[in-house]
Design a protein around this ligand. Structure first.
Ligand code: GTP
Ligand code: MG
Length: 362
């Protein structure tokens, strides 16, 4: 199971450029709107210095990072939920992602047309979010009609569900994204099955162009604060170009320094994405590999084992759990074991960020 982040936004805001900056994928970028029609999909290794440090204890093993998937989706415009522009196609693509990266244009460039004529992040964000809300209103409304029919039948739980669902539809009709309010427990399962777009975690990705932060990106930050979302600032074109021309990691960091950038946007995005999706990383050193894995917070040891091999969950006997920092401090698994710091964890053990786990299966 991978985690997928979808790049969503108006046409010509730099979604494909940022996708290339993240994935080095060479997706087509043009100065005219609707350049992207079929979604581009790319997978990136998650840089994690902890994996590099762990790998120093196992010099003969191959280092395998964990991965995130990005989808570069076609641009959407006002009335997309009614089929305008690329229409409904993009909506089904957004439905399949785990998190939305809402790309907002904050670079001025006379050579790059803006679908509404000028840069205005407040209006642009509203256009995109309104389309997602309209689509949710339609989807939830259809379920509501069905619940109304069912409430007339013999199912005694139906009226309570109908009422709670009605509140939900009302909120969406008022323009409140589903992620921003507390969901009645009675509708949780049905809501998950319906997979509404505005329930997905959302991060704003601000494409600031060559000059860096500006009044426009600060305006996006204010909106994000109001919504309780995070903002990642990316100089899209520069980062995409650096990734394209740099022949090695070293060269890449030299170029980044020249532009006064500490990290690539990718690193900021990954960290924010992990926070938004409540993901954690654990490590293994099974067989010939030292490896990082991603699971949602709250995952138990047998479920974590299933990431490695599908039958590990069934065959799970126990997990030997080490703390990565303790393991590095003692210098070897053997020393840690002798110090009595390898913990034996059972079926109920909840995996923590930074655990190093050895699974023992039947
Ligand atoms: N000056 C400048 N131009 C940029 C920047 N990022 C993207 N562009 C340009 O903006 C235009 C549109 O970029 P794309 O990445 O194709 O935009 P998109 O959002 O994928 O567009 P659609 O696929 O049509 O929805 C291209 O000409 C890019 O070179 C930037 O940081 N600065
Ligand atoms: Mg594109």
């Amino acid at each position: 199971m991978g985690f997928t982040c979808g790049l969503v936004g108006l046409p010509n805001v730099g979604k494909s450029t940022i996708f290339n900056a993240l994935c080095g994928a060479g997706a087509r970028v043009e100065s005219y709107p609707f350049c992207t029609i079929e979604a581009n999909v790319g997978t990136v290794a998650v840089p994690d210095p902890r994996l590099d440090r762990l790998a120093t204890l196992y010099p003969d093993k191959k280092k395998v990072p964990t991965h995130l998937e990005f989808i570069d989706i076609a641009g959407l415009v006002a009335k997309a939920s009614e089929g305008e522009g690329m229409g409904n196609q993009f909506l089904s693509e957004i439905r399949s992602v785990d998190a939305i990266l809402h790309v907002v244009r904050c670079f001025a460039d006379a050579n790059v047309a803006h679908v509404s004529g000028e840069i205005d992040p407040v209006r642009d964000i509203e256009v995109v979010e309104t389309e997602l809300l309209l689509k949710d209103y339609e989807t939830l409304g259809r379920v509501w009609e069905r619940l109304k029919r069912e409430a007339k039948g013999a199912d005694r739980r139906a009226p309570a569900l109908l009422e709670a669902w009605g509140h939900l539809v009302e909120k969406v009709a008022q323009g409140v994204p589903i992620r921003s309010f507390t969901i009645d427990r009675g509708v949780e399962t049905l809501l998950r099955e319906t997979s509404p777009l505005t329930a997905k975690p959302l991060l704003y990705v601000v494409n600031v162009g060559e000059e860096g932060e500006n009044e426009c990106s600060r305006a996006v930050k204010r909106i994000a604060d109001e919504h309780g979302s995070e903002v990642i600032v990316i100089r899209g074109r520069i980062e995409a170009e650096i990734l394209e021309v740099a022949a090695s990691e070293e060269e890449r960091s030299i170029y980044l320094q020249e532009w006064g950038l500490e990290n690539t946007g990718l690193e900021g995005l990954i960290h924010a994405g992990y926070r938004a999706l409540a993901l954690i990383t654990f490590f293994t050193f099974e067989g010939p590999e030292v490896r990082a894995w991603t699971v949602p917070k709250g995952t138990t040891a047998p479920k974590a084992g299933a990431k490695i091999h599908s039958d590990f969950e069934e065959r799970f006997v126990l997990a030997e759990v080490m703390n990565l920092e303790e393991l590095l401090a003692t210098g070897s698994e053997k020393a840690l074991r002798e110090a009595g710091h390898v913990h034996r964890a059972g079926h109920d053990y909840v995996v923590k960020d930074g655990d190093v786990i050895h699974f023992i299966c039947a």
